[in-house]
Design a protein around this ligand. Structure first.
Ligand code: HEM
Length: 247
């Protein structure tokens, strides 16, 4: 299942005069503009990217990364038995734990509009809860292997947070599959978000903060957010053992 695309919106602030980049849709130039699109960025859109709200830019540019992470999830195989499910949780803990700690260490969340409360968005402890509940059944679960991310700016943190929070949306789908495959009493608090209220509201609030940040940021900072989000997707995909390879 892929992340759905949303209707494209204009980045122009309400009440401001239309400018050339937002007044009409023009085909992308044959070669990227140096101020707009780095050379490493994949050619995914025929729309001008400079006028996309940052959240739309993120969704567009990371769509292949989402597909790759979903593929690495190989859900059917990881739900083949409780041990495989536990191994999935342990590997995810390797990414979410250090990443959330790094996000907490960044400054500037309270200067965003709306303010982003990263502490309230932490989910690694839910992985700990689920793993603890599983260990009661299976003492042979793999031990976590922490993977420290490189988060050296608020822009990088926003890219990571976009991915970690977005994964909670699809997590509800995963939780449903997991319980159908392995039983209604399977611990799925991490995926289901059942202990968290206002997931949708939090998500919309994060998108608003991203858009406001992106509207005020120079192109290179917007691309830093995209690059960090891509790295976060890769980190999640990369930490998962190849299917059939064991924990
Ligand atoms: C089998 C695995 C996965 C499934 C079935 C899945 C499914 C989905 C679904 C259904 C949505 C849309 C949710 C909504 O808007 O209501 C979504 C969005 C999203 N997912 Fe996944 N996902 C999976 C894995 C992942 C992983 C591993 C990550 C990252 C670590 C991730 C990150 C995201 C992000 C960032 C979004 C938001 C996209 C946007 O609208 O901007 N997903 N996913």
């Amino acid at each position: 299942m892929s992340a759905p695309s949303r209707t494209r919106r204009s980045a122009r602030p309400a009440g401001s005069a239309p400018d050339e980049s937002t007044a009409r849709v023009v085909p992308a130039p044959a070669s990227p503009r140096s101020t707009d699109r780095p050379l490493w960025a994949p050619p995914l859109s025929d729309l001008p990217l400079s006028d996309l709200p940052l959240s739309d830019l993120l969704r567009t540019e990371t769509r292949p990364a989402h597909a790759a992470a979903e593929q690495a999830f190989a859900l059917e195989d990881r739900l083949r038995d409780v041990a495989a499910y536990g191994a999935l949780l342990a590997r995810l803990r390797d990414v979410y734990g250090p990443a959330e700690a790094a996000l907490l260490g960044l400054r500037g969340w309270d200067r965003l509009t709306p303010v982003v409360d990263v502490a309230a968005r932490q989910r690694a402890h839910l992985l700990d809860d689920d793993l603890a509940a599983l260990s009661a059944h299976d003492a042979a679960l793999p031990r976590p292997r922490p993977v420290p991310p490189v988060l050296d700016s608020l822009a990088a943190g926003l890219g990571w947070l976009y991915v970690l929070e977005g994964s909670a949306l699809g997590g509800r789908v995963v939780a449903g599959h997991a319980r159908r495959a392995l039983g209604a009493d399977l611990p799925v608090t991490f995926f289901s978000g059942e202990t968290r209220h206002g997931l949708r509201t939090d998500w919309r609030s994060l998108l608003a903060a991203l858009d406001a940040f992106g509207a005020a940021a120079p192109p290179e900072v917007r691309w830093t957010v995209v690059a960090a989000a891509t790295a976060a997707f890769s980190a999640v995909g990369g930490v998962l053992d190849p299917v059939g390879g064991g924990p």
